[in-house]
Design a protein around this ligand. Structure first.
Ligand SMILES: Cc1cc2nc3c(=O)[nH]c(=O)nc-3n(C[C@H](O)[C@H](O)[C@H](O)COP(=O)(O)OP(=O)(O)OC[C@H]3O[C@@H](n4cnc5c(N)ncnc54)[C@H](O)[C@@H]3O)c2cc1C
Length: 427
């Protein structure tokens, strides 16, 4: 039976479909396996959602000595964090020039700087948790398909150069073939990187458990109750965790548990495929993409994994009927478009080994949502990354962990969840 198509303004399902097909990353880097939440318990902080954001929050909290319980509906990195393109980019959904138009150049540079610091910290932590090969500094390449995108890149480079960030301009002639035949120019960010999304996040979750966090998988939370004394989260089976604070890190599913976010946090489903490594006639793997590479303002994104596998994602068109969905289902039309992209741009025949879809979230004002919801000081939202959560989710998990344990509140004002109060721009 076809699933009902949710309205963009509707509320997410309370939890994702446990039977949705998985990604090439999830199959290759399995979860360590954690038991479900079988008995009611208590903690200082309960974290709901075991993607990069929830795992980061749990890791930061456990290392700071807090009693933390992490509860995930499926396995760690089952959602966007185990299905994505594996780009470790500085920046947020509003790219620097757009950000500067909204908050001014100085603030735009500060917000970009926060993600640069976060990316550097991410590399360090990945090495520390034994996942250095899952977060590698390769550089990233943003490519322009038309004159409008060339202008965007120019504005972005001017702003970042003025603020002292590392960025290299590539004119058409300096693009390597075959990219030169398809793109008008590019920007290279030498310190961005490539990740193995499920590998890195599952290693971070395991490190949180080693540091003392209690991790439960296969435990969908169905309700959150809160008052001035604390919070209770309850599974579908009626098992409870009582805590001082809850961190809700369920990204596209935020409004399933937090009804005030319906119409504020919207789902965006994106398609991905993995194709076997392209080889020369002698069987040697051809390295076609030294950097993670993206174009058409993010509608096309591609990386070549360490073994040479091509992981390519995106959509032919931003078709709202298709992308505004919480169903992690494969869409044939877009999958064919991705195969065509490999043929056209990389000039190789794709031998597809896996296809999948993932769902990320977009907020209506394009900024993430961090911290307490209006009138609910113990309920800390953490998400709305808008397709840039690999670094931002790691950073945000740390910022919200600080708040939950009473440390310094460093959440930038533009990202505060409290702005959703009636009349603010997020509505
Ligand atoms: C196809 C695709 C490509 C992308 N490419 C990139 C990229 O290259 N670079 C980048 O920076 N970002 C990218 N993103 C975005 C990035 O993946 C996300 O922003 C990031 O992974 C979000 O992490 P998260 O932990 O907040 O959410 P998620 O990883 O989605 O984790 C949320 C978790 O909550 C769980 N959950 C939901 N409801 C409940 C409940 N009721 N009870 C318990 N658990 C629950 C889910 O099972 C899930 O595991 C991409 C996203 C997609 C979908």
């Amino acid at each position: 039976m076809p699933a009902a198509r949710p309205s963009p303004a509707g509320r997410a399902p309370v939890a994702p479909d446990p039977d949705a097909g998985g990604s090439w990353w999830q199959a290759g880097w399995p979860s360590a396996g954690y038991g479900s939440l079988a008995r009611s318990t208590d903690a200082d902080v309960v974290v709901v959602g075991g993607g990069v954001t929830g795992s980061s929050a749990a890791w930061h909290l456990a290392r700071a000595g807090a009693r933390v319980v992490l509860v995930e509906a499926r396995e760690l990195a089952s959602g966007a964090s185990g299905r994505n393109g594996g780009f470790l980019l500085a920046g947020m959904a509003h790219r620097p020039a757009a950000l500067a138009a909204l908050v001014g150049e100085g603030r735009a540079a500060e917000l970009f700087g926060l993600t640069v610091e976060g990316r550097e910290r991410l590399y360090e932590v990945a090495a520390q948790v034994g996942a250095a090969d899952c977060a590698v500094r390769t550089g990233s390449l943003r490519l322009a398909v038309d004159a409008g995108e060339v202008e965007d890149l120019d504005r972005e480079a001017t702003l970042l150069e003025a603020a002292g960030f590392a960025v290299e301009r590539l004119d058409h002639a300096s693009l390597a073939p075959p990219l030169r035949d398809h793109f008008r120019g590019g920007l290279r960010f030498p310190d961005d990187g490539r990740s193995v999304p499920a590998g890195w996040v599952r290693a971070l979750g395991a490190a949180a458990a080693e540091a003392g966090a209690i991790v439960h998988e296969c435990s969908p939370i169905a309700a959150i109750e809160d008052d001035e004394d604390g919070v209770v989260v309850r599974t579908r089976a009626g098992v409870e965790v009582r805590a001082d604070h809850v961190v809700v890190a369920t990204e596209a599913w935020l409004s399933g548990l937090l009804p005030e976010l319906a119409g504020v946090v919207l789902p965006y489903r994106s398609q991905v495929l993995a194709a076997a490594p392209p080889r020369t006639d002698d069987g040697v793997v051809r390295r076609l993409l030294p950097e993670v590479s993206w174009s058409r303002r993010g509608w096309d994104y591609a990386q070549q994994a360490a073994d040479g596998t091509l992981v390519v994602g995106g959509e032919e068109l931003e078709d709202i009927e298709h992308v505004r969905s919480w169903d992690e289902t494969v869409v044939d039309r877009d999958q064919r478009w991705l195969e065509g992209w490999i043929r056209r741009v990389l000039e190789v025949e794709p031998h597809v080994v896996a296809r999948w879809a993932g769902v990320l979230s977009q907020t209506v004002d394009g900024f993430p949502l961090l911290g307490p919801l209006p009138g609910r000081p113990r309920v800390l939202a953490c998400g709305g990354w808008g397709g840039a959560g690999n670094v931002l989710g790691f950073v945000g998990g740390g910022l919200v962990a600080d708040l939950a344990r009473g440390a310094e509140d460093r959440i930038p004002p533009e990202l505060r969840a409290a702005r959703i109060a009636e009349g603010s721009s997020a509505r």
